[in-house]
Each structure stands twice: as structure tokens, then as C-alpha cells.
Design a binder for this molecule. Structure first.
Ligand SMILES: Cc1ncc(COP(=O)(O)O)c(C=O)c1O
Length: 397
């Protein structure tokens, strides 16, 4: 019998906690059996890619833009990204500072692969994006988490991050706006943290995938806020802002030697993203303000609807997120944990929400509701959540 041998990286991925999506998997099974399940667990925008972007893509396919592309990305896209990065920043961005990847996930993977060896420490504030865990597992990194507690509305806490940085820390990775909490770092906090990390020869990587979905105030990029850029990396992409998650288009912006190394890494692992997709991305970035603001307004209306309805359900509470595509609901008044709530809500009412636990210890009493569902579904789901909690409250009382 052939006995397969696998790499340590594959073993680490294989052994990792598979329960993250357990509630959602069960929801899909129920839906497959014909049950009327409402999914509030997804992070995939429920808008179609805007029609002009589709038209432009068809045109680029029609002129044969279907060949290999440079490792760092098509010049037209790198220029479009550099223009955006330069717009409000005191630091002009050159196309040479930009490397294109097939999606934010791949950009993060490449950046961390170029900055850290297996066994080295990366510090990440939590609650944090679930997708960091498999990336760190694949790379064999030591993840050290620093809490941004629920009592402070999960606010970005620079002092806590600084205090958690130790002699072993090689990289601090932040996410602003945060998935799942919607918290945003202020420009002053970013400037402060970048300088603190730089003094200690530590990289500061900022995942800014939700940069264009902000409600309360405009996003400030780490690259704009930092005084010096040589230890700073920013990651962004089109998955969320432009409802282009399936196009797989993200990028990293850095300075100096790192960009060349990222391009080499991209050359070794991807060998160029599709030409027509990169050109569509450049088009999208140039002509996007109307679509992006329409989607942002829809998300904001959905956020307001959820926050207003949750406030009226005794035992539940939530803060109104400043940004992003999610609302975190505190269920500690009615359930043992976010997981218990999510499981019984699915059983009783066929509404699928994501328990907070996988996002980090600070979110165990929360569930995450998505804004990526249309208003009618949100209303139906909120009716069901209200009925579920009210019934439970009556029984408890
Ligand atoms: C914070 C954050 N970073 C990165 C990603 C991954 O982005 P992409 O879909 O472009 O790989 C996501 C997707 O949900 C995210 O929420």
C-alpha cells in the first residue's frame, strides 16, 4: 500500500480547527433539504459586478488580452493603484511600489512569506479576520493575539498592541476597518504604531480590504498616516469595495527592497495575474466612485436597520459599526455564548449567523451578522431573531 507523505505545512492546515464554519455548513445542509434558511454569515458582497466593468472586460477579452503578464502586475493597474495611494497621502506612491496578486488572501500570504520564517512571531489584534489563521498555519508562524475587548466596543488599542510587542515579534499585522467589528484605527494611532514598530525593526502590515466601505468617516491608510514608509506594508483589493470577490484581485503596496521580493514571490507562485482582469480592475478603480458610493449607502442603510432592530430586542445589544460589512451582536444576555446562540437560532428559526469564537476570545459572546444580504431578507431574519429571543425570554421569565 502506498503511504503518502505530506509536508508539515499541509499537516498544519489539515489539523487546524475545522469547526469555524460548522454552523454555516449545517445551514447549507438544511437549505439543500429545501428548508427556508436565511444566511447572514457570508462576507461576500451580494451585489453584481457593475455592468460597465463587465462590458470593459468583454472588450479586453475581445482584443486578446489573455496572455502572460508581468510578475508585479500590469503597468496600467499598478499606475491606477499608485494614483489612488498618492491622492490623499503626503507620500507620493510610484507604480514600482505596487505588486498585484490574485486577491487579498494571496497578497497577505506573499507578504508574510517574504517577511517571516516558520516559528517566528506575528502579533495580531483580535477579534480578527478568520482567514489569517490558515495563512499563519501554512507558513508555520507563531500567532500572538492581543485583545481589543468588547467592553471598549472592540476599539483599536495601540497601547495594548505596543505592550504586547516582545523581543520575538517580527511583524505586527493590523486590519482597519476590522472584519468582524468595523473598528477603525485613527491616523494618529497608525502614525504612532508605525513609528514604534520602526524603532524596533518590526514590520507593520495593514490589511485595508474594507477601506472603501466606511460610514462615519473616511478611511486613512497606514501608508498615508505613517511618517516613514520603510517598515510599512498596505494590502487592499477589489473583493469587497467593488463586489468583485470572484475576480480575485488584490495588491500590496510597500517600499524599497520588499516590492522586488514580492514580485519574485509572485513570479514563483502565480506567474502573473490574468491580463484582462487586471485591466478591468484598472478601469474599475478609475471609474468607480458612483458604484462604490451606491453600495456603501446600501450597506449603511442595512447597518442602520440591524442596529435599530437589535436595540429593540431585550437581551441583545450591538454598537453601530463605523465601517465594514458586519454588525457584532452581544448575545450574553440571552445565551451562554455566541456559539450556543448561533446553533439554537439555526435550529429554531433557520437563520445562519457566525459565532464570534473563531474571531478571537474577545468575541465569544457575540455573533456576526452580515450586511451582504438584501433588505427584505434582513427584515425577515430580524423578525425571526426577535421571535426566537422573545420566546426564550418568556420561558426564562
Ligand atoms: C479583513 C479581510 N482581509 C482579507 C480578506 C480576503 O480578501 P480576498 O477575498 O480578496 O482574498 C477578507 C475577506 O473576507 C477580509 O475580510
Amino acid at each position: 500500500m502506498y503511504k503518502p507523505h505530506f509536508s508539515a505545512a499541509s499537516d498544519r492546515l489539515n489539523q487546524a480547527d475545522a469547526n469555524v464554519w460548522a454552523v454555516s455548513d449545517r445551514a447549507h445542509q438544511l437549505a439543500d433539504k429545501g428548508e427556508d434558511v436565511i444566511f447572514l454569515c457570508v462576507g461576500d458582497p451580494n451585489f453584481d459586478t457593475p455592468e460597465p466593468i463587465l462590458d470593459y472586460t468583454r472588450a479586453r477579452l475581445g482584443v486578446g488580452r489573455t496572455h502572460y503578464s508581468p510578475d508585479a502586475g500590469e503597468p496600467v493597474l499598478r499606475r491606477a493603484i499608485a494614483t489612488i495611494e498618492s491622492k490623499v497621502s503626503p507620500h507620493p506612491c510610484s507604480p514600482d511600489d505596487v505588486v498585484v496578486f490574485p486577491g487579498g488572501t494571496n497578497a497577505i500570504y506573499a507578504v508574510l512569506a517574504c517577511l517571516l520564517n516558520p516559528g517566528e512571531e506575528i502579533l495580531i489584534p483580535e477579534p480578527m479576520y478568520i482567514g489569517y489563521v490558515p495563512i499563519c498555519n501554512a507558513l508555520g508562524l507563531e500567532m500572538k493575539k492581543v485583545a481589543c475587548p468588547a467592553e471598549d466596543n472592540f476599539a483599536f488599542d495601540v497601547e495594548a498592541i505596543k505592550a504586547a510587542i516582545g523581543p520575538e515579534t517580527r511583524v505586527v499585522m493590523i486590519n482597519t476597518p476590522v472584519n468582524p467589528t468595523g473598528a477603525m484605527a485613527t491616523p494618529e494611532q497608525l502614525r504612532d504604531l508605525a513609528a514604534y514598530c520602526r524603532e524596533r525593526d518590526i514590520w507593520l502590515v495593514s490589511d485595508e480590504m474594507y477601506s472603501m466601505i466606511t460610514f462615519a468617516r473616511r478611511h486613512t491608510s497606514l501608508r498615508t498616516a505613517a511618517e516613514e514608509l520603510d517598515n510599512v506594508v498596505v494590502i487592499d483589493g477589489l473583493s469587497k469595495s467593488h463586489a468583485m470577490s470572484g475576480w480575485r484581485l488584490g495588491w500590496a503596496v510597500a517600499r524599497g527592497e520588499l516590492t522586488g521580493r514580492l514580485a519574485q514571490f509572485a513570479g514563483a507562485t502565480i506567474f502573473g495575474c490574468p491580463q484582462f482582469i487586471q485591466e478591468a480592475a484598472a478601469f474599475a478603480l478609475e471609474f468607480d466612485s458612483y458604484f462604490v458610493s451606491q453600495m456603501r449607502e446600501a450597506y449603511q442603510q442595512r447597518r442602520d436597520l440591524i442596529v435599530e432592530r437589535i436595540a429593540r430586542i431585550p437581551g441583545l445589544s450591538c454598537a453601530s459599526p463605523e465601517a465594514g460589512m458586519f454588525v457584532m451582536v452581544d448575545v450574553s444576555g440571552v445565551a451562554e455564548s455566541g456559539l450556543a446562540f448561533a446553533e439554537s437560532l439555526l435550529d429554531a428559526e433557520h437563520v445562519s449567523v457566525l459565532p464570534g469564537t473563531p474571531f478571537g476570545p474577545s468575541a465569544v459572546n457575540h455573533v456576526r451578522l452580515t450586511l451582504a444580504a438584501d433588505e427584505a431578507d434582513l427584515r425577515r431574519a430580524l423578525d425571526r431573531i426577535e421571535a426566537f429571543v422573545t420566546r426564550g425570554n418568556r420561558q426564562a421569565g
